[in-house]
Design a protein around this ligand. Structure first.
Ligand code: SF4
Length: 380
């Protein structure tokens, strides 16, 4: 019999097929760890994009065909001929000593290629390498596995893992450029966070077989186009903090029953699809259900969550300071809304004891602003 929590999560999703976790949805856990709505939608396997669209806030995500083609073309450049270009970059750019290299494509299982078969194949070859009984150095297309909130998540990275000096390293191949040794920090962070999921999954595989997690490095090798060419270059990225943060979030999902216990009786995000996958559930009813779950909007949700336009609108309607980002939120500790901040600044609200210092600072800022706008207004 299924445990109560699984039944409750199934009821949240409705009869639709569960959407599995992938590296991107796992990475989002680290991006907004406090968000209950995201945690519940993901762990129940609900279709966030379909929910957002049905309640009037379609997701802005989706790679353009051009970006997709460019990404695939660059990956081919790096991986063709047994990862010859990758080897060049590892040796020349990163100055790694990889004298003899055995390339293994772990996609190549022959016959049935279901996730379990492919994962077993990956596990067998990586474990042989870790124990020094196999001959692989470069492992292309490993299929990794994690339990997330009690659910199987197969991570199908386009990545290569390589082994040097007894340690595995995860390689992330991305098509955004590294120009003069610098790349867009937001894109590097997103790539690193995804790679963290692979590191954690690889460590879990080794740990289940009595091998220390230290056998997997938490330094990632980022491979991307150099300057404005299609020629690959590479850089090491330290992912220690992100690995630790994502590990904490995964542990939190193991305690998902704590969140489920707080949900109103009968709450569901079921879209009630018809046979053509058109939602039959009234949009207002679904919106009312979603609204019952706390969401912790931050501006960078726009980069990683399908619910972002909905949550931004909701935070604005509540005059939440979340819309202004964590820096403002932290500065105005103890004050939850813009309405409250303005009321304190104008002396229209009486601060609590905890708010008194912040209220004095806000009144001071308001006075300065009035003086400045008055002065400039007078001069105009
Ligand atoms: S967009 Fe909404 S649901 Fe998604 S992480 Fe942000 S606050 Fe949570």
């Amino acid at each position: 019999m299924k445990p109560f929590v699984d039944d409750r999560l199934d009821a949240l999703r409705g009869p639709a097929l569960r959407l599995p976790y992938n590296a991107r949805s796992l990475a989002a856990l680290e991006n907004n760890p406090r968000c209950t709505l995201r945690a519940l939608l993901d762990v129940s396997g609900s279709d966030k994009a379909a929910i957002a669209a049905h309640i009037g806030y379609p997701a802005p995500f989706g790679q353009s065909a051009f970006a997709f083609a460019r990404g695939n073309a660059f990956e081919s450049v790096v991986k063709d001929n047994g990862c010859a270009e990758l080897l060049r970059v590892l040796r020349e750019t990163l100055e790694l000593t990889l004298p003899e290299v055995a390339y293994l494509d772990l996609n190549d299982v022959g016959g049935a290629g279901d996730n379990h078969t492919r994962h077993e194949h990956t596990a067998r070859l990586l474990l042989q390498a870790a124990r020094g009984t196999g001959d692989g150095t470069l492992f292309d297309h490993p299929l990794l596995h994690l339990k997330v909130g009690g659910q199987d998540a197969f991570l199908e990275p386009d990545l290569v893992a390589f082994r040097i000096d007894g340690r595995f390293y995860v390689v992330e191949i991305k098509s955004f450029p590294i120009i003069d040794g610098q790349a867009d920090p937001a894109q590097v962070r997103a790539a690193t966070t995804q790679a963290c999921a692979y590191i954690i999954a690889l460590r879990a595989l080794l740990a289940q077989n009595g091998i220390s997690p230290e056998a997997v490095s938490d330094t990632i090798v980022l491979v991307a186009p150099k300057d404005f060419t299609n020629r690959p270059t590479a850089a090491f990225v330290d992912a220690r903090k992100q690995v630790a943060a994502l590990t904490r979030q995964l542990a939190r999902l193991e305690r998902i029953s704590d969140l489920v216990d707080l949900l109103p009786e009968g709450l569901t995000f079921d879209l009630d699809f018809d046979k053509d996958r058109r939602p039959r559930r009234p949009a207002e009813e679904l919106a009312a259900a979603v609204e019952q779950v706390p969401a912790t909007y931050r501006p960078d949700c726009l980069n990683h969550c399908e619910m972002a336009f909905y949550c931004r609108e909701r935070a604005r309607a509540e005059a939440s300071l979340d819309v202004l980002g964590p820096a403002v939120r932290e500065q105005l500790g103890g004050i939850d809304t813009a309405t409250m901040a303005l009321g304190l600044a104008r002396g229209q609200l009486t601060p609590t004891v905890d708010q008194s210092d912040m209220a004095a600072a806000l009144r001071h800022a308001a006075r300065l602003r009035d003086e400045l706008t008055g002065a400039y207004g007078g001069a105009a």
